[in-house]
Design a binder for this molecule. Structure first.
Ligand code: NAD
Ligand code: 3PG
Length: 416
């Protein structure tokens, strides 16, 4: 069980994968000076070695935070995913250790939607092949297999933030939009939800995937699904590499069943820019291959840096967990002049009454108390008088089923 009360300058923050400088600036402005900022992800062995004294880690989609990494992360307080997807993090392993995980659920939505729309137009015109030929000195001037977007049907699979944003943008260009989602979703503009994946695949001229990586979405587009797509239609995947069986897509493109594809995410992606990219899609005409850059615009990255670092700072300074993807959500007021205790425990009956009993036995008056639970853990936040912070920390660490206790000193203590 971890018991923590640290001065900000001792809180170690590790930022990987070239998280934008806006995050570093934000953390420094908030008084967090012990920051290591690396441009790449780390392999598991290096990460395990490095993470043992880290309190906050910031990653993007490449860094795998699995059970073994969490096991070594003895001091880890919270994780920031400076991206949308959180499938690279074992959220349960974090939860059972009392570690909240935050992300940026909307900051790169627009960047992905714009890229996909541009790709749909390029593929409908056969531009990748024509451009490639021209680079080689060829001249493929022809209207064959070249189409306007106007009046074509765009089928969106997964009508969440990105899918619905794409819907709005593409409709304004004249696409007819249909979408499939496991949840009934409000249609944007004139878009229409269809009842099944099969119906969408059979009707769309361009199919674009925008689902998260879940057990239910893994390999959801394989040989059978591609066979349902219209001849000469187009497939775009900027969601996760686990969603499409890449060999089946390559076969369909080689056989001329599909007119083209754009793929930004792959089952296996290079660890860094120096590693070779290997894929059965390499060298195929009218296929746009991009190195997982759907969200990689300067605008998105700067916003993500600010958003996620703010969430980490707010949790560290104040205990607020709003918008955490794995943790009970608590919105907390500031606590000037008081010390705040964060108590994370197994969600079993009796813990709250034991907390209150030990505080009462130690003559510690409770000035404020907040509780939220999920099916696995309980999160109790208790404000006490400034004189009792350390005593309360010791008392709460004795409570049965405690996973972790932290004390956040009032702001004046940090400055002193
Ligand atoms: N290429 C990139 O750089 C990039 C950038 C951002 C996000 N992404 C990926 O895109 C995904 C989607 O992002 P988002 O912000 O739109 O997520 P979101 O959670 O807002 O939307 C996902 C939608 O998919 C739906 N869904 C879930 N399972 C489904 C299924 N089996 N069939 C159909 N629909 C299903 C959900 O109900 C939801 O509406 C992310 O999870 C991430 O993996 C990639
Ligand atoms: O989940 C996401 O937001 C995207 O996949 C982008 O990931 P990245 O930050 O590693 O580019």
């Amino acid at each position: 069980m971890a018991k923590t009360s640290l001065d900000k300058s001792k809180i170690k923050i590790l930022l990987l994968e070239g998280v934008h400088q806006s995050a570093v600036d934000n953390l420094l402005n908030a008084g967090y000076t012990n920051i290591e900022h690396l441009p790449t992800s780390l392999d598991e062995a290096t990460l395990i070695e490095k993470i043992s004294d880290v309190h906050f880690i910031g990653i993007r989609s490449r860094t795998q935070l699995n059970e073994r990494v969490f096991e070594a992360a003895e001091k880890l307080v919270a994780v920031g995913c400076f991206c949308i997807g959180t499938n690279q993090v074992d959220l349960d392993a974090a939860l059972v250790r009392g570690i909240p995980v935050f992300n940026a659920p909307f900051s790169n939505t627009r960047s992905v939607a714009e890229l996909v729309l541009a790709e749909a137009i390029m593929l409908l015109r056969g531009i990748p092949e024509k451009s490639h030929r021209a680079h080689q000195g060829g001249w493929l001037k022809s209207a064959k297999n070249s189409h306007e977007a106007r009046g074509k049907t765009l089928g969106i699979i997964g009508y969440g933030s990105i899918g619905s944003q794409l819907s709005v943008l593409s409709e304004s260009l004249g696409f007819d939009v249909i979408y499939y989602d496991v949840v009934t979703k409000l249609a944007m503009g004139n878009a229409r939800q269809v009842a099944s994946l099969e119906e969408l695949l059979a009707r769309a001229d361009v199919v674009s995937l925008h689902v998260p990586d879940l057990a239910s979405t893994r390999w959801m587009i394989g040989e059978a699904e591609i066979a349902l797509m219209k001849p000469d239609s187009i497939l775009i995947n900027a969601s996760r590499g686990s969603v499409v069986v890449i060999e089946a897509l390559a076969e369909a493109l080689e056989a001329g069943r599909l007119a083209g594809a754009a793929v930004d995410v792959f089952p296996v992606e290079p660890k860094g820019n120096e590693e070779e990219f290997v894929s059965p899609l390499r060298g195929l005409a009218n296929v746009i291959l991009t190195p997982h850059i759907g969200g990689s615009t300067l605008e998105a990255q700067e916003n993500i840096g600010i958003e996620v670092s703010e969430k980490l700072v707010t949790y560290s300074d104040n205990g607020t967990t709003v918008s955490s993807v794995n943790f009970p959500e608590v919105a907390l007021p500031a606590h000037p002049g008081k010390h705040r205790l964060l108590h994370i425990h197994d969600n079993v009956p009796g813990v709250l009454s034991e907390i209150n009993r030990v505080l009462s036995e130690n003559d510690i008056n409770i000035l404020g108390q907040y509780l939220q639970t999920n099916e696995r853990i309980g999160y109790v936040v208790i404000d006490v008088d400034k004189d009792y912070g350390t005593r309360a920390l010791d008392a709460l660490s004795q409570v049965s089923h405690t996973k972790r206790v932290r004390v956040l000193y009032s702001e004046s203590s940090f400055q002193g």
